[in-house]
Design a protein around this ligand. Sequence first.
Ligand code: URA
Length: 275
Amino acid sequence: MLDTPDRAALVALLDFYVESGVDLALDETPRDRFADNESAEPDELGRSAALPLRRAPTAVAPPARHAQSLPAFPEDANRAAREGARDAASLAELEALLARFEGCGLKVTAKNLVFADGNPHGRLMFVGEAPGGDEDRIGKPFVGRSGQLLDRMLAAIGLGRNDVYIANVVPWRPPGNRTPTPQEIAVCKPFIERQIELADPDILVCLGGPATQTLLNTKDGILKTRGRWFPYRTGAREIRAFATLHPAYLLRQPLQKRLAWRDFRALKRALQTPS
Ligand code: URA
């Protein structure tokens, strides 16, 4: 057993690794893969025989409807996402398609696809930004501290998880919980748009700035957009969309919960009016 100062230093180091997105041990000892690569014999064309350090990007893995046309460039991945998402005829098909999709690099570091939770027939659909560590481990959105706060906010207006449907703009955890890049958001956008269309809620609720900006096509910050209604066109019809503060922000800024409470009361009133 290590004495206390060493143990505290090790725990701090491990925390640092986890914060930086290093949350998987691959080996007992460190290994210099750059050195491995340099020492390998080159082939006749002068290419190293060692494993490449990075996987070449592709778009959709095993043989599937779109697998053959799967491309190495972001614009091709975006096209594969748009075409694949459009063809998914049900939420189950969409989830299966996402599970095969390889056009988003986040999948490489994520443990699980985080597709949805709750009731796909609910009148309210909540969309957050991207899964965190707890969500990645369990494979469901909003199960960590933010999710527990979301559950309490729902309970305050008489709703539970089984009354609403919950998803994220990006269904894989960004390493270290960093913000997804514009390219990661762009490649995932057709999937969440199709997910909304297939779930067909009466009211779409965007949780936080990134979800609001992505789905409601605005550049305004969340403190400007929260509490406001927007028209949202699914492929099939126009529904009401609403922006509110992200529970993770409320955990950091508890005084802002009064604004969220105002927003949730507005949601409750909106549910009382037929769409
Ligand atoms: N934050 C999100 O935006 N989504 C989750 O699923 C969890 C935390």
